[in-house]
Design a protein. Structure first.
Length: 389
């Protein structure tokens, strides 16, 4: 017989709570057992008499998507509140406006999420925010024994996740610091990426999202070269499938109205610097231990394939329409990794057994400082020179 293991005991519930739809379902079940705790939630003044899952929202003008409210609370068949539940996905401005357009003026609007989401409704007077841990905690003292037990178990899981995320953001000197191998679920990786982006936003443009194919977390930041021309330097961290490792990518990232020629031109002009070995040498020169996190040797760039000069001139399209070169970045690429035709990067695997989320914040920051220092001072005058070199 094995000893008591709280983590093992809660793993089934943790798997359920890792999905936002299941969280909403559980909240509705708690509401059915005991609706009174809702009256203690900011913005909601009365206990509901009913609840509905996935109530349709109004479609905004010019948009195809209408979406649904996660939970509608009603009082005598009148909408008392609309509740949006967020665990790892981002609550968008469009989604917020759909809620506002759909709710009666007297109804409360509540965002129930993780603490990082609080800022998303801070400047919108119709909204109130409550953390998921706090919300479930309202039922821990419920008069319903079943509701109280379910809520207590949910709070234990949510607090465990909160603590884990706090620990991976502890500095290296802290005894509570945990490495990124502890972030073993995709939704935890997404939450980590969002918090990384929030930290980086103090200095750089930053964003967090997921890959289109596997839903793997990405944290990105940019240094501006010329905002009007859409010219930037980029550093990003991407989680690998299995979440046991990730990668750092860094280089040039342009957008319209920048041209393919200018993006490729700057990448060529910085070719010796958009290199893993060069970056690791710069880190060692600065006596930074961050280079120990990067396991790739060499340039960290692929061999060129296809006809990139033709792509620069005519563009790239999977079907070759509108005169563009037929293919993808896999069939036609310069000696840089990248997405589309305006991003050119080197990449290195990151050892997640060594790295914490706090290390990734420092790594992205150091990468952008490195790229900024290496960018040619006479850019963009060397475009043609770089392309023809």
């Amino acid at each position: 017989m094995t000893g008591h293991d709280e983590t093992t005991e809660l793993r089934g519930l943790a798997r359920l709570l890792a999905r936002e739809t299941n969280i909403s379902d559980l909240l509705q079940h708690l509401t059915d057992l005991d609706p009174k705790p809702w009256a203690t939630v900011p913005g909601i003044e009365h206990a509901p008499t009913g609840s509905t899952r996935e109530r349709s929202l109004r479609r905004l003008k010019g948009q195809r998507v209408s979406g649904t409210a996660d939970l509608e609370l009603t009082l005598d068949n009148t909408t008392l509140a609309l509740v949006e539940v967020k665990l790892s996905h981002v609550f968008s401005a469009d989604q917020r406006r759909r809620y506002e357009a759909s709710a009666p003026a007297t109804a409360a609007l509540v965002l129930a999420g993780v603490e990082i989401d609080r800022r998303l409704v801070r400047d919108h007077s119709r909204w109130s925010f409550i953390s998921l841990t706090d919300l479930f905690g309202r039922w821990v003292s419920s008069c319903s024994v079943e509701a109280a037990q379910l809520a207590a178990a949910a709070v234990a899981v949510l607090r465990g996740w909160d603590q884990l995320l706090d620990d991976v953001f502890e500095p290296s000197s802290s005894p509570q610091r945990r490495d990124l191998l502890a972030v073993n679920k995709k939704f935890l990786a997404r939450l980590s990426a969002r918090r990384i982006a929030e930290r980086l936003a103090e200095t750089w443009m930053s964003s967090a999202h997921v890959t289109s194919g596997g839903g793997l977390a990405i944290a990105q930041a940019w240094a501006t070269i010329d905002e009007e021309r859409g010219e930037y330097l980029i550093a990003e961290v991407r989680w690998h499938e299995g979440l046991r490792a990730g990668e750092l990518r860094f280089g040039v990232d342009f957008e319209g109205p920048a041209t393919r020629a200018s993006a490729y031109g700057l990448a060529r002009a910085m070719s010796d610097k958009i290199s893993v070995n060069s970056f690791k040498l710069a880190l060692r020169t600065d006596q930074s231990p961050l280079d120990l996190l990067l396991t790739t040797t060499g340039t960290g760039r692929p061999r060129a394939r296809g006809d990139w000069d033709a792509v620069v001139e005519r563009g790239l399209h999977s079907r070759g329409t509108d005169g563009a070169v037929k293919g993808t970045r896999l069939t036609h690429t310069p000696d840089f990794f990248g997405d589309g035709t305006l991003r050119h990067e080197a990449k290195s695997t990151i050892d997640f057994a060594r790295a914490s989320a706090d290390d990734l914040v420092q790594l992205i920051d150091a990468t952008l400082q490195y790229l900024t220092a290496c960018a040619p001072s006479d850019w963009p005058h060397r475009v043609e020179e770089a392309i023809t070199a």
